[in-house]
Design a protein around this ligand. Structure first.
Ligand code: NAD
Ligand code: NAI
Ligand code: ISE
Length: 344
């Protein structure tokens, strides 16, 4: 069966997700779109030559009985309202990160989903589907390198626009590390501290850039994560896991080696679209496959989304206070339902 999909939010990633459903993946069809900016929705329909209905409100789209599932790719603060309405309308939901921008918003979603008696939601933590992160996790889980002790991460974007402020470094950007590291090492965070190095001249007045987040987990693993969103040179995602008996790391994937007079060069990816293309394909295909079979989505859950925002809120407090901040433990009965694959 074809999964009939409605899309809420047709900006950068909404358009990318529609393109992949229509042109690369199987088993799904985008039958309707909406965006708070109807211009953005029209641009997307025209750019992709979509044969899809244009709704001027998400309420109308969600009332369409011919839609089985929705992709929510609007800006983060809009997610909660759309997800709650989608649950009410009985739709399956693929929602971009963050699940919601407040812990209470995430809990409202977790509870609303729970009341339906089944899983409806998958959150867009695509790194869990990236071949390199999957290989890294399988090496860690093999036990060959002993216990992880230190994790060093780098999350650099070439540049961001004026809408991106200091706080967004957490729920927009670092949230990928927050989710993927707990998934990689099967541990929860207990505290966080933020350091601000000297700021780059490329950041505007409302953005402190770069930032360094130091996080500690329950078992004592220390994570250092640099977020630098105006690094100029490209998209650079790194993760090094230092273990008792070895070091395993993900560096920038190599595209090409170019030799020209006097130098050797390697072109760099400029943004997330290409770097995580395989992961976006895989996460959405997995969602479509499960929904198409009448199964519940199996990817990152609403509880994973809740935990990421819980940790994110503590990171924001640490940004403001400059102090070490204790990260609240996720609610116990929710942890056991998470999807870390460490048998909890
Ligand atoms: P964007 O600004 O390009 O697009 C957002 C779109 O949502 C805009 O067209 C906007 O008009 C629309 N929108 C906003 N509020 C809306 C609402 N209430 N109802 C309907 N439409 C609404 O942003 P983007 O870069 O595409 O990011 C969108 C989401 O995707 C964010 O949650 C972001 O965190 C996430 N994202 C994830 C990744 C990733 O690597 N997983 C990459 C980029 C973006
Ligand atoms: P964007 O700004 O390009 O697109 C957002 C779109 O949502 C805009 O078209 C906007 O008009 C629309 N929108 C905003 N509020 C809305 C509402 N209430 N109802 C309907 N539409 C609404 O942003 P972008 O970069 O596409 O990001 C969107 C989401 O995707 C964010 O949650 C972001 O975190 C996530 N994202 C995830 C990435 C990833 O790697 N997983 C990469 C980029 C974005
Ligand atoms: C964007 O929303 C993403 O999710 C990208 O993966 C991330 O690198 C970027 O910093 C965010 O703005």
């Amino acid at each position: 069966v074809t999964v009939r999909i409605g899309v809420i939010g047709t900006g950068a990633i909404g358009t990318e997700h529609i393109r992949r459903v229509e042109q690369r993946l199987s088993g799904g069809k985008v039958v309707a779109v909406t965006d708070i900016s109807l211009d953005a929705a029209r641009r997307c329909i025209n750019a992709l030559q979509l044969d899809a209905r244009l709704y001027d409100s998400e309420d109308d789209l969600l009332q369409d009985p011919s839609i089985d599932a929705v992709i929510i790719a609007s800006s983060g603060p809009a997610h909660e309202g759309s997800v709650l309405k989608a649950i009410d309308a009985g739709k399956y939901v693929f929602v971009e990160k963050p699940l919601a921008t407040t812990v209470n918003g995430c809990l409202r979603i977790v509870q609303a989903e729970e009341r339906t008696g089944k899983r409806l939601i998958q959150v867009g933590f695509m790194r869990r589907y990236d071949p390199r992160y999957m290989a890294l996790k399988s090496e860690i889980k093999s036990g060959r390198y002993g216990a992880p002790l230190i994790v060093r991460c780098v999350h650099r974007n070439a540049h961001v626009d004026e809408r991106y402020t200091t706080e967004m470094a957490v729920l927009d950007t670092l949230i990928h590390e927050i989710d993927v590291i707990r998934w990689l090492i099967g541990d929860e965070y207990v505290s966080v501290q933020v350091l601000y190095p000297r700021g780059t001249r490329y950041a505007h007045a409302r953005l402190q850039d770069p930032q360094i987040f130091n996080l500690v987990t329950q078992s004592g693993v220390v994570i250092t994560a640099e977020v630098f969103v105006n690094c100029q040179y490209g998209y650079d995602i790194q993760c090094e896991v230092v273990c008792e008996d070895g070091v395993i790391s993900i560096t920038v994937p190599k595209l090409l080696d170019i030799f020209r007079t006097g130098f050797r060069a390697q072109p760099l990816m400029q943004d997330w679209k290409l770097r995580f293309a395989e992961a976006y394909d895989a996460e959405l295909q997995d969602f479509i496959d499960h929904v198409g079979r009448g199964d519940e989505p199996a990817g990152p859950s609403s509880v994973d989304g809740y935990i990421a925002t819980l940790v994110g809120e503590a990171c924001v407090l640490a940004q403001v206070s400059g102090e070490w901040v204790t990260i609240p433990r996720p609610e116990e009965d929710l942890i056991v339902k998470d999807s870390l694959g460490y048998g909890r």
